[in-house]
Design a protein around this ligand. Structure first.
Ligand SMILES: [Zn+2]
Length: 273
């Protein structure tokens, strides 16, 4: 089983009570988490670099590192830590919202936070980190028309590739929302894989081809203590949330309060992803 970590913001969490404050992990915590991985002999990898391990073509102590939404603080706070450890990671950017902010969250009271602009995203990529797509406008695919959903999936890839001058082969579903049709469009658009908010470490070798477009991840939130972080990586702690069996696809993750997410709610399950 290979853990693919989900982060959002690397920042001081907003004052309580604020919705989704869980989604901000202080840089000191992030640094300690990366240092634990390093100490334990794990290599943190971007999704593209993780693929051979997920396929079973390579073996080793590896962890996928992903950041949803493309926050500027990923560049300013996380990148120096990743660079120091020699780790790579994938930021899933929203191609038509570069240089803007998390407008989709502000409607429900989440403080504004800047997203990387075009040149900052280029800086991220030049530093050896990966950019994946998180649609054009951070849409809810299940509430979008077929035409819109397909365009959000396909055109975001083309737009990011134009900007970066390199292939964009990784996708992440906003809010963890998707169905089998969306999976097939992600494949058709030319992505190699897509991640979800389904909670589990990811098994090695997909049971069927469409599983590559519904990969499970392990959320790391504000309150994730380092002992819980290690449990998430090293044990079946996350796997019991069940990414396996027939229900891994087709269904967005249901709200799931685990102890490490209370009392802040489990926003990585029910909202922004
Ligand atoms: Zn998102």
């Amino acid at each position: 089983m290979i853990p693919i970590l989900t982060y959002h913001q690397i920042a001081t969490p907003p004052a309580s009570p604020s919705p989704f404050r869980s989604l901000s992990v202080p840089v000191t915590h992030f640094e300690s988490q990366m240092a634990w991985l390093y100490r334990l002999g794990y290599q943190g990898l971007s999704m593209s670099e993780l693929m051979p391990y997920l396929r079973g073509d390579k073996t080793g102590r590896v962890v996928g590192i992903t950041f949803d939404d493309g926050y500027l603080n990923n560049l300013t706070q996380a990148l120096p830590v990743l660079t120091r450890m020699g780790f790579t990671s994938t930021v899933y950017a929203v191609s038509q919202m570069l240089g803007q902010s998390n407008a989709w969250d502000q409607a429900i009271g989440v403080p504004k936070s800047d997203l990387m602009n075009a040149s900052e995203l280029q800086t991220w990529a030049r530093a050896g980190q990966e950019v994946g797509s998180h649609t054009r406008h951070h849409v809810r695919l299940l509430q979008s028309s077929d035409v819109v959903a397909r365009e959000e999936i396909g055109r975001s890839k083309a737009e990011l590739e134009d900007l970066l001058g390199q292939a964009v082969t990784q996708f992440c579903y906003p809010y963890g929302e998707f169905n089998a049709t969306h999976q097939s469009w992600v494949e058709e658009a030319g992505y190699a894989a897509a991640t979800t908010t389904v909670r589990s470490r990811q098994r090695i070798g997909a049971r069927e081809p469409m599983e590559w477009f519904a990969l499970a991840r392990v959320p790391v939130v504000r309150s994730t203590h380092w002992t819980q972080f290690l449990l998430k990586i090293l044990t079946r702690h996350e796997d019991r949330h069940g990414a396996h069996g027939a229900h891994w696809a087709l269904r967005p993750q249901s709200p799931d309060q685990s102890p490490d997410q209370a009392p802040d709610q489990a926003p990585d399950q029910v909202g922004s992803a």
